[in-house]
Every structure is written in structure tokens, then in C-alpha cells.
Design a protein around this ligand. Structure first.
Ligand SMILES: [Fe+2]
Ligand SMILES: [Fe+2]
Length: 205
């Protein structure tokens, strides 16, 4: 069994304080990032008709698994009963979303499925994603993680979000797909499926 990286995480109902108490001593950079994501997600939620408090909650919780070292992600995912595909094993960094969703689900039974999915798919999105998932996905890209190696998709995402949530999600996904070789990223099937779906939708408009 890997170490329980979430032993100190306690949900009291005041999620901002709970996540602060857990994240700020362990990953102060991530604590700053998740607050920014929660704020942007709350704003987008009001505009795109999902509950701002759910968007803020998912925003605060989405990167909880930043406390897990990269080389431990697969073992921790398995310990939390996160189903692992071959692609997940090849691109283990995407597991930080599913791990966070599993932890929140276990520790805070009040979190509904939409909130858990928004946490789970915040890195890759997926085909058929709901509005809350897209809100958190887009907010995460706008309020970028300081460890993100490239941020030159930001302008495109910020411009596209004026039009629609789908356009903003697509702007990021299309940047990643088009720059895959130079980024040197392996693209997860969920990301490619989301890109394909949104490309098709954009072509029909
Ligand atoms: Fe993340
Ligand atoms: Fe993030």
C-alpha cells in the first residue's frame, strides 16, 4: 500500500478552509492556483447556467492530488480504486484528476456526480462532457498552473470564451493537438475524443 497522502485532509463543510489547511503547507503554489481556478469557475458558472458554488468547490478540489509525487500516481490511483487504462499508465499525470475525484467522493459524500466528473476530467475533458466539466476545464486553463510549460494558448482561450464555453475548450484542445510534436506531450484518448467532438460541432455551426 502506498503512503496515504490524504490522511490530513478533512472536510468540515467549509471547503475553502479545508483545502487551504491541507494544500497551503504542502503545495503553496497549487493552493494559489486552485483559488484562482475556483474564482474563474464561479464566474463562468454564473454565465453558463451551472451552480457557482459547485464550480467553486470543484475548482478548489481539482488539483488535490498535486500532493502525490509523479512516480506514485499509478500506485495511489490503484489504492483508491481508480480504474486504470493502458493510456492512463502511459500518461500517469492525468491520474491526478481521477485520484482527486476518488478522494473527494470518499471524504465528502455531499459532492454530486457532476462535481466529481468536473474534478475527474479537468485535465483532458472527454466527449460528452457536461457544462460543469467544461467550466472547470476552461477555468483551469485560464487560471493556469504556474508549472504549465506553455501558456501561449491563453489568448485564444480567453478570446473564445467570449463566444462560448465549447469554443474556449476547443481553443485549448486544438492548440494542444496542433502543437503536440513540439510540446512533446502524449495525448490522452479522452482529450482526443473531446477535441474530435468539439471540432465536429464547430464545423456544423
Ligand atoms: Fe490539474
Ligand atoms: Fe489545475
Amino acid at each position: 500500500m502506498p503512503e496515504d497522502y490524504f490522511a490530513a485532509l478533512i472536510f468540515t463543510g467549509d471547503v475553502w478552509r479545508d483545502i487551504r489547511d491541507f494544500m497551503s503547507p504542502r503545495r503553496p503554489d497549487t493552493w494559489r492556483h486552485v483559488q484562482a481556478v475556483a474564482e474563474v469557475a464561479g464566474r463562468l458558472a454564473a454565465r453558463f447556467a451551472v451552480l457557482p458554488e459547485e464550480a467553486r468547490f470543484a475548482g478548489l478540489c481539482h488539483d488535490l492530488a498535486a500532493v502525490v509525487p509523479k512516480d506514485k500516481l499509478i500506485a495511489v490511483a490503484a489504492a483508491w480504486d481508480v480504474p486504470l487504462t493502458a493510456a492512463d499508465r502511459q500518461i500517469p499525470q492525468v491520474l491526478h484528476g481521477p485520484i482527486a475525484a476518488a478522494v473527494v467522493s470518499a471524504r465528502w459524500p455531499g459532492a454530486n456526480q457532476q462535481v466529481l466528473d468536473a474534478i475527474r476530467y479537468h485535465t483532458t475533458l472527454r466527449a460528452g462532457a457536461g457544462t460543469l466539466e467544461k467550466v472547470v476545464f476552461v477555468a483551469d486553463k485560464i487560471a493556469y498552473d504556474p508549472t504549465t510549460p506553455r501558456t501561449d494558448y491563453m489568448m485564444a482561450v480567453e478570446q473564445a470564451v467570449q463566444t462560448s464555453l465549447d469554443a474556449a475548450a476547443f481553443a485549448y484542445l486544438d492548440f494542444v493537438v496542433k502543437h503536440q510534436a513540439e510540446l512533446g506531450w502524449k495525448l490522452h484518448p479522452n482529450l482526443l475524443a473531446a477535441h474530435g467532438e468539439l471540432a465536429q460541432r464547430a464545423a456544423l455551426e
